[in-house]
Design a protein around this ligand. Structure first.
Ligand code: HEC
Ligand code: HEC
Length: 307
């Protein structure tokens, strides 16, 4: 329950939510058993935590910002509680307010930085962000992992002015120029990336296209896909290993599930593939070595055990 974000909600909005909830048909269902760890599983412990961190979210100053920016700030930082995943947490589990929206880790996936400068570096425009929140996909790819329920339960139902306001807040009143990547010719790629291209053609191109162009209603493009453009390779590596189950997007948009390749690619093949994807379409260096792949896999295994 992200009340550290909600505590900035004005009384009228909290009352309006209450009024709405009172119209919802009650369902008789036992609350799930808490799997929270100490001290969050003890009510008294939580009281102590609250005194220290509970009223933690502080909004950035809004002086000189547009009305859309201010609305977007309320939607993103308070109602949408986007920072609960996209802000790193310190040791006692509280969001680090001085690092707001700079990216957080959860279940071994990265909820990437949403700072304007980082979004623009990964090619995000105002239009694409709006489309991503509304439809669950855009030229930058689809939502998956913990981001999918955010779209499914929440952002697809928002109205257009609110979606535009969120994009304005995230990118700023004067958005930085979205970075377009130059194509890297095969001959300029590292040897590992060149081997990775062969693996890509063998197992991925059937769905994602020989030139990474994707196929409408079948699979997303690799060109311009932000999962490839993240400096941290963990989301890319986990998506390839674990796949993505079938997800339903807005309207009638549906895609095939993305198959997982765990056990089908050895560590060298995975390294080569990551290097190819990162160099061809990610604007990232193709310098991942076996020890980093082993580390990525060990991290993922630890996460699986913890769940
Ligand atoms: C059977 C078709 C299919 C094959 C084969 C396939 N993919 Fe995918 N892939 C998809 C679909 C569909 C999605 C989007 C799924 C979703 O988000 O619901 C996807 C998503 C992804 C993503 C996440 C990007 C995003 O924005 O969702 C990456 C990265 C990716 N695939 C890489 C690969 C690589 C690398 C290979 C080969 C090892 C591969 N895929 C093989 C269908 C496929
Ligand atoms: C429950 C955790 C969670 C919450 C809450 C959440 N996100 Fe995310 N978000 C993620 C994860 C994990 C990813 C990485 C997977 C992906 O790209 O879909 C992500 C990815 C994204 C991306 C794509 C970034 C990129 O460059 O690929 C955007 C944009 C984004 N989130 C915006 C938002 C906004 C706006 C909100 C608030 C309405 C929000 N998120 C709330 C977990 C979350």
């Amino acid at each position: 329950m992200p009340y550290t974000s909600y505590h900035l909600m004005p009384r009228e909005d909290a009352d309006a939510i209450h009024t709405y909830l009172m119209t919802v048909e009650p369902i008789n269902r036992a609350a799930p058993v808490t799997s929270l760890s100490f001290p969050f599983n003890v009510r008294l412990g939580l009281m102590g935590w609250n005194m220290l961190y509970g009223k933690d979210v502080k909004l950035a100053p809004a002086d000189g910002k547009s009305e859309a920016w201010k609305r977007g700030q309320y939607m993103v930082d308070v109602l949408g509680h986007c920072g609960e995943c996209h802000t790193p947490r310190g040791l006692p589990g509280a969001m680090q307010q001085d690092k707001r929206l700079t990216g957080g880790l959860l279940n071994g996936y990265l909820a990437p930085s949403l700072l304007a400068i980082d979004l623009a570096a990964r090619g995000w425009t105002h239009q694409d962000l709006r489309s991503f929140l509304k439809h669950g996909l855009s030229a930058q790819g689809t939502m998956f992992n913990e981001m999918f329920p955010v779209f499914h339960n929440s952002t697809q139902n928002l109205n257009d002015p609110d979606l535009a306001a969120m994009a304005t807040y995230l990118l700023g009143d004067q958005p930085p120029q979205a970075k377009v990547l130059a194509e890297v010719p095969l001959a300029k790629m590292t040897e590992s990336a060149q081997r990775g291209r062969q693996d890509y053609l063998n197992v991925c191109a059937g769905c994602h296209g020989v030139a990474g162009e994707g196929k409408p209603h079948i699979a997303v493009a690799m060109q311009g896909n932000t999962t490839l453009r993240l400096e941290d390779p963990r989301n890319l590596s986990r998506v390839i290993e674990e796949g993505i189950g079938e997800q339903q997007f807005a309207g009638f948009e549906r895609m095939q599930p993305m198959p997982g390749f765990a056990g089908k690619l050895d560590n060298q093949q995975l390294a080569d593939l990551l290097n190819y994807l990162r160099q061809a379409w990610g604007g990232q260096p193709a310098d991942l070595v076996l020890s980093q792949i082993e580390q990525l896999k060990a991290d993922a295994a630890t996460e699986h055990k913890a769940r």
